[in-house]
Design a protein around this ligand. Sequence first.
Ligand SMILES: [Zn+2]
Length: 273
Amino acid sequence: MTLDRIELDGVGSPIRLAARIHELAPDLPLAFDIKAVCRQLDIHQIEEVDTSAYEAAIIMDEYKADGSILLARSSSAKRKRFSIGHELGHFLLPTHLPRSGGFSCSHGDLKSSDAKCKDRQARIEAEANRFAAHLLMPPRKIRSNLTASQPDLNEVRRLSQAFFVSKEAMARSYVDAHRETLALVFLHRGRIKRFYKPDDFPFIDVRIGSEVPENSIASGYDLAPTETSELEDCDPSIWLGEWSQRPVETLSEQVMSQREGHAMVLLHAELAD
Ligand SMILES: [Zn+2]
């Protein structure tokens, strides 16, 4: 693998930039060494520190000649890998100009996904996440590694190991890359924590912080941690408002239980032509 930043000059889109790196290094394995990629792109130091002030940070000057990444030691290895991708995004994206010597990114910044957000800072964080997701989980490689005949959270679990990323990071990239119309709802102790849906998925009519809807498959399941339900048809009105149900012919739901009361719900909408 030989990468040179000069080959990335003028690429301003997070998705194009990640794709360009894969074009330049076509033999990168699924769980490639991201630290080695950073070293080739002028990030010479990646250090772990005991801090709760941030999840990850990058130190660089305004000319971005080189950079150093700092990682909170307490994060998991998979989360650290995504964080490195995120900070590399700040380093390479030309519009991400460092303020006071770099970027300091919280746990919330590393989940920011609204690239159209009016708040410039939130948009920049979402762009760094989009770059990291496309670098670590190129959609083409996700699609070529799909084996299940229908959308399946067990496949998300398998791919998260193969690409060495967290299940949540893989789940988001999976619904983006999959040809079916999919969305995710994240639960904690039976309440809606957040959801994630590509633009083509109908509006999900649930409030953050509310209990999981009555009669949903997620509300009726009592799964042991790491167990996954079947993907089953459900009444679209459970998750979707009256208006957004109209194009939906079938809605199905699958639940994956995780540790410490967390769970992930996959929604699959089959839309009328
Ligand atoms: Zn950031």
